[in-house]
Design a protein around this ligand. Structure first.
Ligand SMILES: C[S@@+](CC[C@H](N)C(=O)[O-])C[C@H]1O[C@@H](n2cnc3c(N)ncnc32)[C@H](O)[C@@H]1O
Length: 310
């Protein structure tokens, strides 16, 4: 752990240690579930699979396997996945492998890179990035239950060059010109000021570094953005949702170069849905019956992915 922190600048190390000290303690029920997960350290894993494979069936006898899956279920809801756990599937709400397939062809070389995944949730993308043998992948995730899911999964295989820390994008000023690659996916619409967020991301990249910026936009001409006053697709506090041109203009305004829209598609209930591992309301409950608008009557959400260079 110390050696991984040592890959970061002193200001970044100090910020992460302060964030750890300030982090709210996790729910004791969830901590008990985590403590019951065995430190399996299985040599059988495949981080580069659609369902990230952690362990294999012969690693555990039937009772231990059932116990492991039951404890993982206590960490519900699983938003990101899928994961293959000793041969059993965690079918999460999101098919995060679809998002990975969209970005993977556009990533710079990962080997020995210093990478930050802002808002990394349970680490699905941390595992996929770790397959590329980076120097370090730093995940920032303020929400303790998601970090506990990552910790539970990480116990199943040998240690990776990955940290998942209790901090948000607000910690980025402690990492000036630090990262070769930053992923900021599913974050901007939860933040009041998308340009301020992009400026923080720009400062934290090395010159020549790559940003993958993923989010929600709406169809439309010109550089407008939709601002939902109330909930949007049942999300509270949702802020500006740009058109394609608006999102590209944001990148140029914040001094990124070579900004390219690498993906634009309507959000679907095939990609985000309720499952046994996320048994609550999901995308289809947030949309009108014909999916033409959100349930509030607002323009339908589209996912975009932008790539840009500092
Ligand atoms: C919509 S999810 C996206 C997760 C992942 N990046 C992905 O694209 O699949 C947003 C994540 O950002 C986290 N988050 C919340 N506040 C944040 C902040 N201030 N900085 C970074 N992440 C934050 C949430 O807990 C959640 O895990």
């Amino acid at each position: 752990m110390i050696a991984l922190l040592d890959q970061l600048p002193a200001s970044g190390r100090a910020a992460l240690l302060a964030a750890r000290a300030a982090a709210r303690p996790a729910d004791p029920k969830l901590l008990r579930a985590l403590e019951a997960i065995p430190e399996l350290r299985s040599p059988h894993f495949d981080l580069d699979a659609d369902a990230v494979r952690l362990g294999a069936a012969p690693d555990l006898d039937e009772a231990a396997h059932a116990g492991l899956m039951a404890h993982l279920k206590e960490l519900l809801p699983w938003r990101k996945g899928p994961f293959s756990i000793c041969g059993d599937l965690i079918d999460a709400e999101w098919r995060s492998n679809w998002k990975w397939d969209r970005i993977a062809p556009f990533l710079p070389p990962l080997k020995d890179a210093l990478i930050c995944d802002v808002g990394c949730n349970n680490g699905y993308t941390l595992f996929r990035l770790a397959a590329g043998q980076p120097r370090l992948v730093l995940g920032l995730e303020p929400h303790a239950p998601y970090r506990l899911q990552y910790e539970a999964l990480a116990r199943l295989i040998p240690p990776l060059p990955v940290l998942n820390e209790p901090a948000g994008f607000e910690a980025l000023p402690a990492f000036p010109e630090c990262f070769d690659l930053i992923l900021c996916m599913g974050i901007h619409y939860h933040h009041d000021e998308p340009l301020s967020l992009l400026k923080l991301l720009h400062k934290a990249l090395k010159p020549g570094g790559t940003l993958i910026f993923e989010g929600i936009g709406i169809e439309g001409e010109g550089t407008s953005a939709f601002f939902p006053e109330g909930p949007y697709a049942r999300m509270k506090g949702c802020s500006f949702l740009p058109t394609r041109d608006c999102a590209l203009a944001w990148m140029r305004r914040t001094r990124f170069r070579d900004a390219t829209l690498i993906h634009w598609t309507r959000c679907t209930a095939e990609e985000q849905r309720s499952t046994e591992w996320m048994p609550f309301a999901s995308f289809q409950d947030a949309m009108a019956r014909d999916f033409s608008t959100t349930i509030e009557g607002n323009p339908a959400p589209h996912r975009f992915v932008l790539k840009a260079i500092k």
